[in-house]
Design a protein around this ligand. Structure first.
Ligand code: PEP
Ligand code: MN
Length: 338
């Protein structure tokens, strides 16, 4: 249920409504949109509630949402650009997010940050709290990894992103990263989504390997409905019976999400394919598909990587890919201008 007010309603009008909602146990948030102020309310109103809220001063209308999500759609907002500061904007131009699967040491993360920044990359990735299938696999460097990731990024005027696995670590993530990644395994961790929705920290949400596109967008709706508007969608493929690839990444999901939603869309061919030979071609296709960027794993020595070494691009391959991406971005941009 969404209560819609005209954009220029006064704070007092909004407070009158939200006070009554809170006093009646309704969880809600207040979202200023382009034309309207929206108050999404969790749960359904009874007929009596509907009558009561409709008659409130300032209420333009009450939407019973027919699509299962509303705030992620273009009906709510035309376009979202997530501004990370220092000229790094996701959703405005093509953004390459790159780095190792995991932060492994100070030396290695500084080396890769230096290399990537020279090719124009402004977003450094690195897992620090790893969600591994086996309890015996490398679990990540934890808070120390976040600190190293942050300082390697700052050294090269880059922004950084890392995956959160446990809400108890939120303070460290707030301090050290510019974007919090919610990984595929946590896409349906609704308690985590609700908690993150109350912050303003940009969130990159990955699709779960077993989620439909609709379930994925509903998880993004959780983040938006709690009041966090800085949400980025990331497609990383779903499980399939085909063992030729790590996952099955449907590149049509990029135009699909872009058609429905105002949120920036990032394609992750590293986890989507898992085979370095094919990753550059699919990453490059993201430009033409209309994606807002790609996320790829890069390692200076994949054979010694502590996680996902088998899918990491070596720097040489990454740099060649990045060059072609720049050319494609220029080409597509020029086409659009002419
Ligand atoms: C990752 O990006 O390091 C990762 C674990 O990806 P996913 O959540 O998509 O499996
Ligand atoms: Mn990985």
């Amino acid at each position: 249920m969404i209560i819609v007010l005209k954009k220029d309603e006064q704070a007092e009008t909004i407070r009158n409504i939200t006070d009554v909602l809170a006093n009646n146990g309704f969880t809600h948030s207040v979202l200023p949109g382009a034309k309207y102020i929206l108050i999404p309310v969790l749960g359904d109103f009874t007929t009596e509630d509907l009558g009561r809220f409709r008659s409130f001063k300032g209420v333009h209308k009450i939407l019973k949402i027919s699509a299962p999500y509303y705030l992620v759609t273009k009906e709510f907002r035309e376009k979202t650009v997530v501004d990370l500061g220092d000229g790094v904007r996701i959703g405005d131009g093509f953004c390459t997010i790159a780095g190792p699967c995991s932060v492994e040491s100070e030396e290695s993360i500084r080396e890769i940050a230096s290399l990537l920044s020279k090719s124009g990359v402004r977003m450094l990735r690195g897992g620090t709290f790893k969600l591994r299938s086996s309890p015996y696999s490398f679990q990540g460097m934890g808070v120390e990894g976040l600190r190293l990731l942050n300082s390697a990024a700052r050294e090269h005027n880059m922004k950084c992103i890392s995956e959160i696995s446990d809400i108890r670590n939120i303070d460290s993530f707030m301090e050290y990263v510019d974007v919090i990644q919610v990984g595929a395994r946590n896409m349906q961790n609704y308690a985590l989504l609700k908690e993150l929705s109350t912050t303003k920290k940009p969130i990159l949400l990955k699709r779960s390997p077993s989620a439909t596109a609709e379930e994925f967008l509903l998880s993004a709706e959780y983040l938006l409905s709690g009041g966090n508007e800085n949400v980025i969608l990331c497609e990383r493929g779903i499980k399939s019976f085909d063992s030729a690839f790590r996952n099955d990444i449907n590149i049509a999901s990029v135009p699909h999400y872009k058609h429905i939603s105002h949120l920036p869309v990032i394609l992750d061919p590293s986890h989507g394919i898992g085979v370095p030979t094919y990753i550059p071609a699919v990453a490059e296709s993201a430009v033409v598909l209309g994606a807002d960027g790609v996320m790829v794993e890069v390692h200076t020595d994949p054979s010694s990587a502590l996680s996902d070494g088998f899918q990491a691009l070596i720097p040489e391959k990454f740099l060649a890919m990045q060059k072609r991406i720049s050319q494609l971005v220029d080409f597509v941009h020029n086409q659009m201008d002419s």
